[in-house]
Ligand binder design. Structure first.
Ligand code: NAD
Length: 386
């Protein structure tokens, strides 16, 4: 069976789905690997590094024309989708619930779609395949580096002959995978870190990394299903915002990572809270997208400086800004998922298996994953590429 590695065409994407290190692992399982020319170039994996690892570098037509399985990161563009063939399997981070009709179109082409982001994340064997976590980890790390770069002072306490620099006060809002990495990175740089989340079991996790957990008097507990948060009621949200304002005003750096599955990111940093911050403070909102962000003043993909001198960064696609490291983790995630489907050198989907049932979105001309199917039955036609 031939496994193809696609060159990503999504704007500003620099990652690649499989790195040379993983080629041997696939070959050991009886698979051969072909790589679209230039696929790894922007992630510092030149074509020759794949050849050295035992893969063959091919042009676009040969990749789409001969691969049995195509590994990628984003959904195929309209032009790429036209090149996919009946019976071919594509694996990537496709966010099927954001584009159920796009999934249905691929199923009509009889393309089998497997989406890594649909993995049941709480299963312990899923951890090695959890690309949402591996990429969120990169995002949390990079968010702190962006903040440290933009901040006009030191992060650590420094005592020098020229005087003492106080450590920076960092506030992390949202203590999921990205938030935990942001705490760890800010602590390594020597900052004093506070952190807040609506899921109470995050307190211990934040404290174990050296952060002080912010406990609000309104004592909101909003653990939802599958380890995620539920959306707050308008009353809870108002109480939260009011109490958080004072904590935000005292911070030099605020990193926001809060998400609620299937909803707009909650606003945690209001316009008023930003206006109460000191000049030179920095906000990095990694939850921001075209849907809005955790900061009311974030502009997705842009840096905004407010009249009171607060810099608000809302970087798009942070994992792509660390392409070699992010691709290396992604490559392990996608190889582990793929190899779980392989028996005797061929793909075999066992739909009684939880991981298969959750991640295989379309198969044999049908949309088979329950959540996508339910959405198709209820959602109006349309959808965009994530
Ligand atoms: P996420 O990206 O969905 O959200 C980030 C954080 O924002 C979450 O901690 C959430 O509680 C928080 N949040 C949401 N609304 C908020 C609000 N109004 N105020 C403050 N914080 C708010 O989260 P994620 O990083 O994808 O992680 C989701 C869950 O999955 C976590 O429980 C994580 O531990 C869990 N997880 C488990 C495993 C595993 O069991 N193996 C692996 C990965 C992730």
């Amino acid at each position: 069976m031939k496994v193809g590695v696609a060159r990503e065409t999504y704007p500003d994407e620099r990652r690649v789905a499989l790195v040379p290190d993983s080629v041997k692992k696939l070959q050991d399982a009886g698979l051969s690997v072909i790589v679209e020319r230039g696929a790894g170039a922007t992630a510092s994996f030149p074509d020759q590094s794949y050849v050295d690892a035992g893969a063959k570098v091919v042009n676009t037509a040969a990749l789409y024309g001969t691969a049995d399985v195509i590994l990628r990161i984003h959904r195929p563009s309209a032009d790429e989708a036209k090149m996919l063939r009946e019976g071919q399997t594509v694996i990537g981070l496709f966010a099927p619930l954001l584009d159920p009709h796009g999934m249905a179109a691929l199923s009509r082409q009889k393309v089998n779609v497997v989406s890594l982001d649909a993995i049941p994340r709480t299963l312990s064997r899923s951890q090695a395949m959890d690309a949402l976590s591996s990429q969120a980890n990169v995002a949390g790390y990079k968010a702190v580096l962006i903040a440290a770069n933009a901040f006009g002072r030191y992060f650590p306490l420094l005592t020098t002959p020229a005087g003492t620099a106080k450590p920076a006060n960092v506030l992390v809002l949202g203590i999921g995978v990205a938030g935990l990495q942001a705490i760890a990175t800010a602590r390594r740089l020597g900052a004093l870190v506070k952190a807040y989340d609506v899921r109470r079991d995050t307190k211990e996790q934040a404290e174990s990394l050296g952060a002080q957990f912010v406990t609000l008097k309104s004592a909101i507990e909003a653990s939802g299903q599958g380890g995620y948060a539920r959306a707050l009621t308008p009353e809870e949200q108002a109480a939260q915002q009011e109490e958080l304002n004072a904590v935000i005003a005292a911070a030099d750096i605020v990193i926001t990572t809060a998400q609620v599955p299937g909803r707009r990111p909650p606003v945690l940093v209001t316009k008023d809270a930003v206006h109460a911050m000191k000049s030179g403070s920095v906000i990095v909102d990694i939850a921001a997208s075209d849907l809005g962000g955790n900061c009311e003043l974030s502009k997705a993909g842009k840096v905004v400086t407010t009249p009171n001198g607060v810099e608000i960064h809302a970087p798009a696609n942070l994992p792509a800004s660390m392409p070699a490291g992010a691709s290396t983790f992604y490559s392990r995630n996608i190889s582990n998922l793929l190899l779980g489907f392989v028996a005797d050198g061929k793909l075999r989907f066992d739909f009684d298996d939880e991981v298969t049932a959750a991640t295989v979105i379309t198969h044999d001309g049908k949309v088979v994953q329950a959540a996508t199917l339910a959405l198709l039955q209820s959602a109006p036609k349309g959808g965009t590429r994530a």
